[in-house]
Design a protein around this ligand. Sequence first.
Ligand code: ZN
Length: 159
Amino acid sequence: MPDLEDLYREIILDHYRNPRNRGELESPPAIRAEGFNPLCGDEVIVYVNVTDGVIDDIKVGGQGCSISQASASMMSATVKGRTTEELDRLNRAFKSMMSIEPDPDDPAPDNGNPADVKLGDIEALKGVVKFPVRIKCATLSWHTLTQALDEALDKAQTP
Ligand code: ZN
């Protein structure tokens, strides 16, 4: 039986060495958001296309440590083709896995327990919780995606 931590390390290294959805989308029409983690020097740029509440396409750029870049790759592979509602659930499940307290101003919607959400490869980042300084590396791409989607929503609401 391979050690679970070895398996997780393999998954993280695979995403780091062969990042999924790496590149750029033309913006506009795509929304572009940039995230920076000064603690580690990580940078993540997220390009996202949202049509009728579905994340049609996503590309990720930037540079930084293996955790931040692998997390961005996993995030992009997981959210592509999902609805923004599903994304909300994934985001909550991921943050709860990373031991981040939910925002009290942002109550969880009644659409299931985050523990029921399948995170797939993203679960490989579970071990990062043991290294609190690296949690920001792992969550950077998710924050950046949320930022991009907030912007997309703003634009959709402005005539
Ligand atoms: Zn980092």
